[in-house]
Design a protein around this ligand. Sequence first.
Ligand SMILES: [Zn+2]
Length: 421
Amino acid sequence: MAQTDQNPRIAGLLNQETRDTLRSVLSHCWENFRFYRRRFEASGVNLTDIETADPVTILQKLPLLESADLSDLSTEVAATADSVIDVETSSGTTGQRKVRYISYEDDQREHEFLAELWAIAGVGSADRVACLDTDPVNLMVSIAKAFDLLGVAEAYCLSAGANFAHTVRAIKKLAPTVLVSVPSIIERYLFQADWPQSNNERPSFSKVIYIGESMPAATRRALENAGVEVFGYYGASETSALGIECSAHQGIHVIQSRNIVELLPDVDDPTQSAAVITTLNQWAQPLLRYRLGDKVQEVPAPCPCGLPDPRLIVQGKPDESISILGSKIGYGSLKTSAYRHDSQSGPLQVVVSRTTIEVLDLVLPDTIKSNEKEVRKSVLSAEPDLAFLIDSGFTKLSITFVSPEHFVSDRKFKPIIDLRA
Ligand SMILES: [Zn+2]
């Protein structure tokens, strides 16, 4: 682990109301979860401390909660909770399945919070919102419901099916003013829509809110060049919603009345921190000091938009890189290199396997097949470590072109598949 004995610090300033909510959450954890009672006691905290001492000081006495600890907590919740209505699970590229139980009240609070976030992105009553996903049953329904709660003109879910040309036509016909989707689907849409290819056409929407993955810079540029304002949404399956990018477009505001964020500096690179989250919104399965794993960078306050909540630039999970014989190769960097010769970015899947040597296979849409040589050259010049491994015969780089359908057929599309384990 790169991080260590350093103590995390609270990002931004907590107001009295947030401190009071934190105290209630701490009491709730003491009273209702053996899992947390044990952690309090092991840290020398008793109920009187929770009721009378500074809640932030109490919180910071607790050890960090790691993802490996989550299964003990969710097992207890499963056995004892009586008001659970929903379960959110995630697999991740590595490690065990994470489970989050949600009560009816949690769900309501979540919708109110999402509506708050959409308002920060400037969505209002005149907007018509399209939520586009390959299988819009779960998250997107929640997201669309929150737009309704905000009071927009209309909000609906659109399913991006196997026939993507149909989806492109539907968007043109429905003419939403706001598009909510996942970057890899947005890229797919940009490939096929008319307006990115035309100089004088513009899309009907003036805002894109993206969820689920980080958006490559080239994709953001393609949208911004057409006059579309881009907003990144930030959330995790373990914590639920955390924040959103504001109109200043310098980082994501993590809304402290809903989640407290602490920053644990990285020892190797002090400009980077790990995000540590305490949820104030999730009472069925609260998280106290959960190390999210995302690498973040704090943007100095104040923000021109006027919001007091701290801003983070989210670099994503460290597992968004591939380790080959000790060399770390970033997924984002591979993607940028693969599309360097195109006007816009597109999807990429990286498959790592081991035969007699390590094989790194870049899976790309066959629409850029004619660029194969350029892709290879661009990747090798951007990744000298990889070039070295290939020259020395330790690694082989292969490129596989597939139908673009491959990238949107599965909502839980995995950008990195590691077959070496
Ligand atoms: Zn702001």
